[in-house]
Design a protein around this ligand. Structure first.
Ligand code: UDP
Length: 315
């Protein structure tokens, strides 16, 4: 049995991670300050004997008693709407929060996994994006608070690896979706599903020709566990290489929900990346990983979840 600390453990990805480690028989310390996470995401685990919730902001000094085998640093706003609403907190959690989490990992001689992001590639000039692409980021644009915080977090993680020999991992997570996303987090998946289910128009930003690739949460969690198992310290993309335009995605949501909602076009947010598609060759070679869940299957499960939320019951 291992003792695992997950920062941002009450968030969308964090809560699925908590659940996966509990299922494996490990002990989980879940840290969150609910800035974008939600109490109900971890409500089912609170009575679990191997689960402890720590209400703490990771940008404050971290003190955890006892041994820790691994720290997974997932605390951060991740929706563009959230990080543009909380620009300074986003910069602090990616910089000071990562420093604190790395310092704790060093003190406990724990493995450290950084949740980084496809946003480190900015508005990429290469497609698909390989890990050796350095990116095209506007440091002072509205998204820069997230992109640069994560780029700094990667630099700091590599510095701890090189200078202190810390056993680190960096995952660059591409658009991921599934149950426990916040219905009003502003991202395209919850927005379109909620709009479709409530009979409101689907708000496509720009012309809808920009592309994204959507990974189902279950596939991501499997990839994260594989990454922790292998000795590999360079960044690894985890995402679904199947690319779709935002407009096609809106049409898919309408078809899967059976909704009669219309599609309306709204201004494209500043610096919204025009393309995003992971090259997952590295994950295939180093982790033996590739996504399994088809988009329609994952979306159907996610739609069921949101339908339950909107009806006031969590399925
Ligand atoms: N988007 C959209 N309508 C919405 C929300 C988002 O057309 O209601 C677009 C957004 O402009 C972007 C894509 O969908 O091109 C994905 O946006 P999201 O906020 O999910 O995250 P991002 O991939 O930009 O980090």
């Amino acid at each position: 049995m291992a003792r695992i600390l997950i920062t941002g453990g009450a968030g969308f990805i964090g809560s699925h991670l908590c659940e996966s480690f509990l299922d494996r028989g490990d002990e989980v310390l879940c840290m969150d300050n609910f800035s974008t996470g939600a109490r109900e995401n971890v409500a089912d685990f609170l009575s679990h004997p191997r689960f402890t919730f720590v209400d703490h902001n990771v940008t404050g000094y971290l003190q955890v008693d006892g041994p820790i085998d691994a720290i997974l640093h997932f605390a951060s706003p991740a929706s563009p709407v959230d990080y543009m609403d909380m620009p300074i907190q986003t910069l602090k959690v990616g910089s000071i929060g990562t420093h604190n989490a790395l310092g704790l990992a060093k003190a406990k001689n724990a493995r450290f996994l950084l949740a980084s992001t496809s946003e480190v590639y900015g508005d990429p000039l290469e497609r698909p994006q390989k890990e050796d692409y350095w990116g095209n980021v506007n440091p002072i644009g509205p998204r820069g608070v997230y992109d640069e915080a994560k780029r700094f977090a990667e630099a700091l993680t590599m510095a701890y690896h090189r200078s202190h020999g810390l056993n680190t991992r960096i995952v660059r997570i591409f658009n991921t979706y599934g149950p426990r996303m916040r219905i009003n987090d502003g991202r395209v998946v919850p927005n379109f599903i909620r709009q479709a289910l409530q009979g409101e128009p689907l708000t496509v930003y720009g012309t809808g020709e920009q592309t994204r690739s959507f990974l189902y949460i279950e596939d991501l969690i499997r990839g994260l566990h594989r990454l922790l198992e292998v000795e590999y310290h360079q960044p690894v993309n985890l995402g679904n290489p199947h690319e779709t335009t935002v407009l096609q995605f809106a049409q898919r949501i309408l078809a899967l929900t059976g909704s009669k909602s219309s599609i309306v076009f709204r201004p494209l947010p500043e610096d919204d990346p025009r393309v995003r598609q992971p090259d997952i060759t590295r994950a295939e070679e180093k982790l033996g990983w590739e996504p399994h869940v088809q988009l329609d299957e994952g979306l159907s499960r996610t739609i069921d979840y949101f339908r339950g939320r909107l009806q006031g019951s969590t399925p």
